[in-house]
Design a protein around this ligand. Structure first.
Ligand code: HH2
Length: 278
């Protein structure tokens, strides 16, 4: 039985919604990476730009200043670790891949209006795993764009359309990971609908990544305004997402969620679609 992969979130930003400023230097980044790996992370996702609603865009140069020293130090300390970089800039992705990143996680991957035109050709050339996430608009406009007929059908159609474009650009199908983009241009109810019907998305055959960790919809259901106090809500979503076919869980609290992932997969008893490792 394959088990879902746990992707540990490492935000190298001062303003991320739940952990901004926590990793304040390279030494701390290496320590956090080591702890996440010891707790069962399979992939570490490094980000240098917050995507929370209202976040300011810092641009590729600043993003690289935040990312590259940490990436190099983590790679040196843990040569075999699988490193993902969370960026929507092709220039950042290219430099990160050259510096030893393995995956690119693009929150604008399924957003044709905003996807960097150089991203798909880069992914095709490098042949790396690519997380193609659904979103609409940018961090300033997305809340106003959470308007759908049937959210699941529309998200699936937009992921499919982006996949067709990616394949036409030369990206190999087995390198594409789908992500419904929880919290990106979705109301709480729309996030819940996507989670409820995750099997409809999994049926397309691409490994599914979900990133519910500490998000606003969990706070809304639980009436819990403190993002860091949403662990149990995150755990519930992760267990059900595994039952619904999720192959990768992107989370801040790696230790507890690694247990949830293993246990939920054991109960579900069915292998999910395996994501690419490197
Ligand atoms: N969510 C966030 C960032 N990147 N990438 C994928 N593929 N899926 C997600 O759901 C996702 C993501 C937002 O969470 P976080 O990184 O903790 O916050 P911030 O964007 O404020 O840094």
């Amino acid at each position: 039985m394959t088990r879902p992969l746990v992707m540990g979130v490492m935000n190298l930003t001062p303003d991320s919604f739940s952990d901004g400023g926590r990793i304040d230097g390279v030494e701390r980044a290496v320590r956090v990476a080591g702890r996440m790996l010891a707790q069962g992370a399979d992939v570490l996702d490094l980000g240098g730009q917050s995507t929370r609603p209202g976040a300011e865009e810092v641009g590729p140069d600043r993003e690289l200043e935040r990312l590259l020293p940490a990436l190099a130090a983590i790679r040196a300390a843990h040569p075999a670790v699988t490193l993902s970089v969370d960026t929507f800039h092709a220039a950042v992705a290219e430099a990160a891949l050259a510096a030893g990143a393995d995956w690119i996680n693009d929150v604008r991957g399924a957003n044709p209006a905003l996807r960097d035109p150089a991203m798909l050709p880069l992914i095709a050339r490098r042949g790396c795993p690519y997380v193609l996430m659904h979103s609409r608009g940018d961090s300033r406009s997305m809340d106003a764009l959470a308007v759908y007929g049937d959210v699941v059908d529309e998200v699936r159609a937009e992921l499919e359309a982006a996949t067709v474009t990616a394949l036409a650009a030369g990206v190999r199908p087995e390198r594409i990971v789908w992500d419904p983009g929880l919290g990106f241009a979705k109301t709480s109810e729309q996030n819940l609908a996507l989670l409820r019907r995750l099997p409809d998305l999994a049926a397309a055959g691409h490994p599914l990544l979900v990133g519910p960790s500490r998000k606003r919809f969990i706070g809304a259901v639980l009436n819990e305004p403190r993002p860091r106090a949403r662990l149990w809500g995150t755990a519930a979503v992760c267990a059900l997402a595994v039952a619904g076919g999720a192959a990768v869980l992107r989370v801040h609290d790696v230790g507890p969620i690694a247990q949830v992932a293993r246990m939920a997969a054991a109960v579900a008893g069915e292998p999910s679609v395996s994501p690419p490792r490197r």
